[in-house]
Ligand binder design. Sequence first.
Ligand SMILES: Nc1ncnc2c1ncn2[C@@H]1O[C@H](COP(=O)(O)OP(=O)(O)OP(=O)(O)O)[C@@H](O)[C@H]1O
Length: 311
Amino acid sequence: MTDTPDFGPDASRVRSFRLTGTVASIVADASGLADAERPQLEARLRTVAERHGAGEVRVALTAARSGRKLIAVGSGKGGVGKSTLAANLAVALARLGRKVGIIDADIYGPSQPRLLGTSERPEAEDKTLIPVAAQGVRLLSVGQLVPEGQALAWRGPMAAGALNQLVEGQWGDTELIIVDLPPGTGDVQLSLIQKARPAGAVVVSTPQDLALIDATRAIDLFRKTSVPVLGIIENMAGYDCPHCGQPSDPFGSGGAEAAAHELGIPFLGRLPLSASLREASDAGRPPAAGDGPAGRAFRDLAEKLLAALEP
Ligand SMILES: Nc1ncnc2c1ncn2[C@@H]1O[C@H](COP(=O)(O)OP(=O)(O)OP(=O)(O)O)[C@@H](O)[C@H]1O
Protein backbone atom coordinates (compact mmCIF):
# COMPACT_ATOMS: atom_id res chain seq x y z
CA MET A 1 0.00 0.00 0.00
CA THR A 2 1.30 3.46 -0.86
CA ASP A 3 1.62 5.75 2.06
CA THR A 4 0.17 9.12 0.93
CA PRO A 5 2.15 12.21 1.95
CA ASP A 6 0.48 15.21 3.55
CA PHE A 7 -0.44 17.57 0.71
CA GLY A 8 -1.60 20.25 3.16
CA PRO A 9 -4.19 22.65 1.72
CA ASP A 10 -4.14 20.73 -1.60
CA ALA A 11 -5.05 17.40 0.07
CA SER A 12 -8.74 17.71 -0.87
CA ARG A 13 -7.78 17.95 -4.55
CA VAL A 14 -5.68 14.79 -4.59
CA ARG A 15 -7.70 11.91 -6.01
CA SER A 16 -4.93 9.32 -6.00
CA PHE A 17 -1.26 8.98 -5.13
CA ARG A 18 0.93 6.04 -6.11
CA LEU A 19 4.63 5.51 -5.56
CA THR A 20 6.18 2.77 -7.69
CA GLY A 21 9.85 2.52 -6.90
CA THR A 22 10.88 6.17 -7.04
CA VAL A 23 8.17 7.20 -9.55
CA ALA A 24 5.18 9.02 -8.03
CA SER A 25 1.87 9.33 -9.94
CA ILE A 26 -0.61 11.89 -8.69
CA VAL A 27 -4.12 12.52 -10.01
CA ALA A 28 -5.57 15.81 -8.76
CA ASP A 29 -8.81 17.69 -9.36
CA ALA A 30 -8.18 21.16 -10.77
CA SER A 31 -11.84 22.23 -10.99
CA GLY A 32 -12.45 25.93 -10.58
CA LEU A 33 -8.78 26.86 -10.96
CA ALA A 34 -7.72 29.60 -13.32
CA ASP A 35 -5.35 28.57 -16.11
CA ALA A 36 -2.51 30.35 -14.32
CA GLU A 37 -3.18 28.46 -11.07
CA ARG A 38 -2.95 24.99 -12.58
CA PRO A 39 0.87 24.96 -12.95
CA GLN A 40 1.15 26.33 -9.40
CA LEU A 41 -0.91 23.44 -8.04
CA GLU A 42 1.18 21.02 -10.06
CA ALA A 43 4.42 22.51 -8.69
CA ARG A 44 3.19 22.26 -5.07
CA LEU A 45 2.18 18.63 -5.51
CA ARG A 46 5.53 17.87 -7.13
CA THR A 47 7.47 19.43 -4.23
CA VAL A 48 5.58 17.38 -1.61
CA ALA A 49 6.09 14.15 -3.57
CA GLU A 50 9.79 14.82 -4.00
CA ARG A 51 10.16 15.47 -0.27
CA HIS A 52 8.40 12.15 0.22
CA GLY A 53 11.22 10.44 -1.68
CA ALA A 54 10.03 10.44 -5.29
CA GLY A 55 12.71 10.87 -7.93
CA GLU A 56 10.25 11.33 -10.77
CA VAL A 57 6.77 12.82 -10.34
CA ARG A 58 3.93 12.46 -12.86
CA VAL A 59 0.97 14.76 -12.25
CA ALA A 60 -2.37 14.49 -14.06
CA LEU A 61 -4.83 17.34 -13.45
CA THR A 62 -8.45 16.45 -14.17
CA ALA A 63 -11.59 18.51 -14.72
CA ALA A 64 -10.09 20.74 -17.36
CA ARG A 65 -12.48 23.58 -18.09
CA SER A 66 -12.65 22.64 -21.74
CA GLY A 67 -15.75 20.48 -21.13
CA ARG A 68 -17.79 23.44 -19.96
CA LYS A 69 -19.44 25.63 -22.52
CA LEU A 70 -20.16 29.32 -22.18
CA ILE A 71 -22.97 30.82 -24.24
CA ALA A 72 -22.97 34.61 -24.53
CA VAL A 73 -26.28 36.42 -24.83
CA GLY A 74 -25.87 39.82 -26.42
CA SER A 75 -27.85 42.60 -28.02
CA GLY A 76 -26.95 45.59 -30.11
CA LYS A 77 -28.77 47.96 -27.75
CA GLY A 78 -30.38 48.05 -24.33
CA GLY A 79 -33.92 47.29 -23.31
CA VAL A 80 -34.68 44.59 -25.87
CA GLY A 81 -35.12 41.90 -23.19
CA LYS A 82 -31.64 40.35 -23.34
CA SER A 83 -31.38 39.80 -19.56
CA THR A 84 -34.94 38.44 -19.33
CA LEU A 85 -34.21 35.96 -22.11
CA ALA A 86 -30.84 35.00 -20.66
CA ALA A 87 -32.41 34.18 -17.26
CA ASN A 88 -35.25 32.20 -18.77
CA LEU A 89 -33.04 30.31 -21.20
CA ALA A 90 -30.84 29.28 -18.26
CA VAL A 91 -33.87 28.03 -16.30
CA ALA A 92 -35.29 26.23 -19.36
CA LEU A 93 -31.93 24.54 -20.07
CA ALA A 94 -31.78 23.39 -16.44
CA ARG A 95 -35.28 21.93 -16.77
CA LEU A 96 -34.02 19.99 -19.80
CA GLY A 97 -31.61 18.26 -17.43
CA ARG A 98 -28.47 20.31 -17.96
CA LYS A 99 -26.34 21.64 -15.13
CA VAL A 100 -26.57 25.33 -15.82
CA GLY A 101 -24.91 28.45 -14.55
CA ILE A 102 -25.47 32.09 -15.36
CA ILE A 103 -22.91 34.89 -15.29
CA ASP A 104 -24.38 38.36 -15.14
CA ALA A 105 -21.75 40.49 -16.85
CA ASP A 106 -24.12 43.37 -17.57
CA ILE A 107 -22.06 46.06 -15.86
CA TYR A 108 -24.50 48.80 -16.87
CA GLY A 109 -27.46 47.15 -15.19
CA PRO A 110 -26.93 43.76 -13.56
CA SER A 111 -30.43 42.36 -13.23
CA GLN A 112 -30.01 38.60 -12.90
CA PRO A 113 -30.31 38.48 -9.07
CA ARG A 114 -33.69 40.23 -9.37
CA LEU A 115 -34.84 38.14 -12.35
CA LEU A 116 -33.95 34.93 -10.52
CA GLY A 117 -35.42 36.17 -7.25
CA THR A 118 -32.31 36.07 -5.07
CA SER A 119 -30.45 38.64 -3.01
CA GLU A 120 -27.97 36.14 -1.61
CA ARG A 121 -24.32 37.14 -1.90
CA PRO A 122 -21.74 34.57 -2.97
CA GLU A 123 -19.26 33.24 -0.42
CA ALA A 124 -15.61 32.93 -1.37
CA GLU A 125 -13.27 30.03 -0.74
CA ASP A 126 -9.55 30.69 -1.33
CA LYS A 127 -10.60 33.87 -3.17
CA THR A 128 -12.78 31.79 -5.51
CA LEU A 129 -16.43 32.83 -5.60
CA ILE A 130 -19.03 30.15 -4.95
CA PRO A 131 -22.12 30.73 -7.15
CA VAL A 132 -25.47 31.06 -5.39
CA ALA A 133 -28.32 28.71 -6.30
CA ALA A 134 -31.58 30.14 -7.63
CA GLN A 135 -34.38 28.61 -9.70
CA GLY A 136 -32.33 25.47 -10.41
CA VAL A 137 -29.36 27.40 -11.81
CA ARG A 138 -26.12 28.72 -10.31
CA LEU A 139 -25.53 32.44 -10.43
CA LEU A 140 -22.65 34.87 -10.18
CA SER A 141 -23.35 38.53 -10.98
CA VAL A 142 -21.24 41.68 -11.19
CA GLY A 143 -24.05 43.15 -9.08
CA GLN A 144 -22.97 40.87 -6.23
CA LEU A 145 -19.45 42.34 -6.24
CA VAL A 146 -20.46 45.88 -5.26
CA PRO A 147 -22.83 47.22 -2.58
CA GLU A 148 -26.43 47.31 -3.77
CA GLY A 149 -27.39 50.41 -5.70
CA GLN A 150 -23.78 51.44 -6.35
CA ALA A 151 -23.23 52.45 -9.96
CA LEU A 152 -20.74 50.47 -11.97
CA ALA A 153 -18.80 52.83 -14.18
CA TRP A 154 -16.19 50.32 -15.20
CA ARG A 155 -13.92 50.61 -18.18
CA GLY A 156 -12.71 47.63 -20.20
CA PRO A 157 -9.89 46.34 -17.98
CA MET A 158 -11.93 46.58 -14.75
CA ALA A 159 -14.93 44.93 -16.34
CA ALA A 160 -12.70 42.19 -17.73
CA GLY A 161 -11.11 41.71 -14.29
CA ALA A 162 -14.52 41.35 -12.66
CA LEU A 163 -15.70 38.97 -15.37
CA ASN A 164 -12.60 36.87 -14.81
CA GLN A 165 -13.55 36.47 -11.15
CA LEU A 166 -17.00 35.30 -12.20
CA VAL A 167 -15.78 32.93 -14.94
CA GLU A 168 -13.19 31.45 -12.58
CA GLY A 169 -15.80 30.89 -9.86
CA GLN A 170 -16.29 27.49 -8.29
CA TRP A 171 -18.59 26.16 -11.02
CA GLY A 172 -18.04 22.49 -10.13
CA ASP A 173 -19.85 20.21 -12.55
CA THR A 174 -21.74 23.00 -14.36
CA GLU A 175 -22.01 22.08 -18.06
CA LEU A 176 -23.39 25.25 -19.61
CA ILE A 177 -22.93 28.83 -18.49
CA ILE A 178 -25.08 31.58 -19.96
CA VAL A 179 -23.24 34.91 -19.98
CA ASP A 180 -25.51 37.96 -19.93
CA LEU A 181 -23.37 40.61 -21.65
CA PRO A 182 -23.85 44.36 -21.41
CA PRO A 183 -25.90 45.73 -24.33
CA GLY A 184 -24.00 47.27 -27.23
CA THR A 185 -20.90 46.59 -29.23
CA GLY A 186 -18.14 48.75 -27.68
CA ASP A 187 -14.70 47.99 -26.28
CA VAL A 188 -16.08 46.70 -22.98
CA GLN A 189 -18.14 44.07 -24.80
CA LEU A 190 -15.17 43.19 -26.95
CA SER A 191 -12.84 42.62 -24.01
CA LEU A 192 -15.53 40.69 -22.11
CA ILE A 193 -16.05 38.37 -25.09
CA GLN A 194 -12.32 37.85 -25.46
CA LYS A 195 -11.98 37.03 -21.75
CA ALA A 196 -14.98 34.73 -21.51
CA ARG A 197 -14.16 32.82 -24.72
CA PRO A 198 -17.75 31.63 -25.29
CA ALA A 199 -18.48 28.51 -27.33
CA GLY A 200 -21.36 30.32 -28.99
CA ALA A 201 -23.57 33.38 -28.85
CA VAL A 202 -27.24 34.26 -29.03
CA VAL A 203 -28.38 37.69 -30.18
CA VAL A 204 -31.65 39.19 -28.98
CA SER A 205 -33.50 41.81 -31.01
CA THR A 206 -36.92 43.37 -31.25
CA PRO A 207 -38.50 43.42 -34.71
CA GLN A 208 -37.95 47.13 -35.42
CA ASP A 209 -35.59 48.04 -38.21
CA LEU A 210 -33.38 50.10 -35.92
CA ALA A 211 -33.04 47.32 -33.35
CA LEU A 212 -32.19 44.97 -36.19
CA ILE A 213 -29.42 47.22 -37.44
CA ASP A 214 -28.02 47.14 -33.89
CA ALA A 215 -28.44 43.35 -33.73
CA THR A 216 -26.50 43.06 -36.97
CA ARG A 217 -23.65 44.97 -35.31
CA ALA A 218 -23.73 42.55 -32.37
CA ILE A 219 -23.57 39.62 -34.81
CA ASP A 220 -20.64 41.29 -36.53
CA LEU A 221 -18.84 41.68 -33.18
CA PHE A 222 -19.21 37.95 -32.45
CA ARG A 223 -18.06 37.06 -35.93
CA LYS A 224 -15.00 39.30 -35.62
CA THR A 225 -14.11 37.58 -32.34
CA SER A 226 -14.65 34.13 -33.91
CA VAL A 227 -17.59 33.24 -31.66
CA PRO A 228 -20.14 31.15 -33.59
CA VAL A 229 -23.55 32.83 -33.60
CA LEU A 230 -25.96 30.08 -32.59
CA GLY A 231 -29.02 32.10 -33.45
CA ILE A 232 -31.15 35.18 -33.12
CA ILE A 233 -34.25 35.52 -30.93
CA GLU A 234 -36.96 38.04 -31.71
CA ASN A 235 -38.44 39.52 -28.54
CA MET A 236 -41.53 41.69 -28.10
CA ALA A 237 -42.88 40.40 -31.39
CA GLY A 238 -46.62 41.04 -31.50
CA TYR A 239 -49.06 41.71 -28.69
CA ASP A 240 -52.44 40.22 -27.83
CA CYS A 241 -54.63 42.94 -26.37
CA PRO A 242 -55.88 41.73 -22.96
CA HIS A 243 -59.11 43.72 -23.45
CA CYS A 244 -60.26 43.03 -26.98
CA GLY A 245 -58.10 39.98 -27.74
CA GLN A 246 -56.98 41.49 -31.03
CA PRO A 247 -53.37 40.75 -31.96
CA SER A 248 -51.25 43.71 -32.97
CA ASP A 249 -47.64 44.26 -33.95
CA PRO A 250 -46.46 47.52 -32.38
CA PHE A 251 -42.89 46.97 -33.58
CA GLY A 252 -43.71 45.01 -36.73
CA SER A 253 -43.07 41.30 -36.88
CA GLY A 254 -40.84 38.81 -38.65
CA GLY A 255 -38.00 41.29 -39.13
CA ALA A 256 -35.52 39.32 -37.06
CA GLU A 257 -36.37 36.09 -38.85
CA ALA A 258 -35.81 37.72 -42.23
CA ALA A 259 -32.54 39.25 -41.00
CA ALA A 260 -31.38 35.86 -39.67
CA HIS A 261 -32.03 34.26 -43.07
CA GLU A 262 -30.19 37.06 -44.82
CA LEU A 263 -27.21 36.72 -42.49
CA GLY A 264 -27.21 32.93 -42.74
CA ILE A 265 -27.70 32.29 -39.02
CA PRO A 266 -30.41 30.19 -37.35
CA PHE A 267 -33.60 31.85 -36.20
CA LEU A 268 -34.37 30.37 -32.78
CA GLY A 269 -37.85 31.80 -32.29
CA ARG A 270 -39.92 34.73 -31.12
CA LEU A 271 -41.64 35.85 -27.94
CA PRO A 272 -44.60 38.21 -27.84
CA LEU A 273 -44.83 41.34 -25.78
CA SER A 274 -46.53 40.06 -22.66
CA ALA A 275 -47.59 41.85 -19.50
CA SER A 276 -47.58 38.62 -17.51
CA LEU A 277 -44.00 37.88 -18.60
CA ARG A 278 -42.90 41.31 -17.43
CA GLU A 279 -44.76 41.06 -14.13
CA ALA A 280 -43.41 37.59 -13.37
CA SER A 281 -39.88 38.69 -14.31
CA ASP A 282 -40.06 41.79 -12.11
CA ALA A 283 -41.22 39.60 -9.24
CA GLY A 284 -38.29 37.20 -9.61
CA ARG A 285 -40.43 34.33 -10.90
CA PRO A 286 -38.99 33.39 -14.31
CA PRO A 287 -41.86 32.12 -16.49
CA ALA A 288 -39.53 29.41 -17.84
CA ALA A 289 -39.92 27.69 -14.44
CA GLY A 290 -43.63 27.17 -15.14
CA ASP A 291 -45.63 25.22 -17.71
CA GLY A 292 -47.68 28.09 -19.16
CA PRO A 293 -47.33 29.37 -22.74
CA ALA A 294 -44.15 31.33 -21.86
CA GLY A 295 -42.70 28.25 -20.14
CA ARG A 296 -43.33 26.20 -23.29
CA ALA A 297 -41.89 28.93 -25.51
CA PHE A 298 -38.68 29.05 -23.48
CA ARG A 299 -38.41 25.26 -23.50
CA ASP A 300 -38.67 25.36 -27.28
CA LEU A 301 -35.99 28.06 -27.50
CA ALA A 302 -33.70 26.08 -25.16
CA GLU A 303 -34.12 22.92 -27.28
CA LYS A 304 -33.26 24.84 -30.45
CA LEU A 305 -30.27 26.41 -28.72
CA LEU A 306 -28.95 22.98 -27.69
CA ALA A 307 -29.45 21.70 -31.22
CA ALA A 308 -27.42 24.63 -32.56
CA LEU A 309 -24.72 24.16 -29.89
CA GLU A 310 -24.40 20.39 -30.20
CA PRO A 311 -25.41 19.62 -33.77
N1 LIG B 1 -41.50 39.82 -24.13
C1 LIG B 1 -41.62 40.76 -23.21
N2 LIG B 1 -42.84 41.24 -22.90
C2 LIG B 1 -42.98 42.23 -21.98
N3 LIG B 1 -41.98 42.79 -21.31
C3 LIG B 1 -40.73 42.35 -21.59
C4 LIG B 1 -40.49 41.32 -22.54
N4 LIG B 1 -39.14 41.08 -22.59
C5 LIG B 1 -38.59 41.94 -21.70
N5 LIG B 1 -39.54 42.71 -21.10
C6 LIG B 1 -39.35 43.76 -20.11
O1 LIG B 1 -38.57 44.78 -20.72
C7 LIG B 1 -37.68 45.38 -19.78
C8 LIG B 1 -36.24 45.27 -20.29
O2 LIG B 1 -35.89 43.91 -20.32
P1 LIG B 1 -34.40 43.43 -19.99
O3 LIG B 1 -33.87 44.11 -18.77
O4 LIG B 1 -34.40 41.96 -20.04
O5 LIG B 1 -33.68 44.03 -21.26
P2 LIG B 1 -32.15 44.16 -21.60
O6 LIG B 1 -32.05 44.08 -23.06
O7 LIG B 1 -31.35 43.18 -20.81
O8 LIG B 1 -31.88 45.61 -21.09
P3 LIG B 1 -30.59 46.27 -20.45
O9 LIG B 1 -30.05 47.11 -21.51
O10 LIG B 1 -31.16 47.10 -19.33
O11 LIG B 1 -29.67 45.22 -19.97
C9 LIG B 1 -37.92 44.64 -18.46
O12 LIG B 1 -38.80 45.37 -17.68
C10 LIG B 1 -38.56 43.33 -18.90
O13 LIG B 1 -39.42 42.77 -17.91
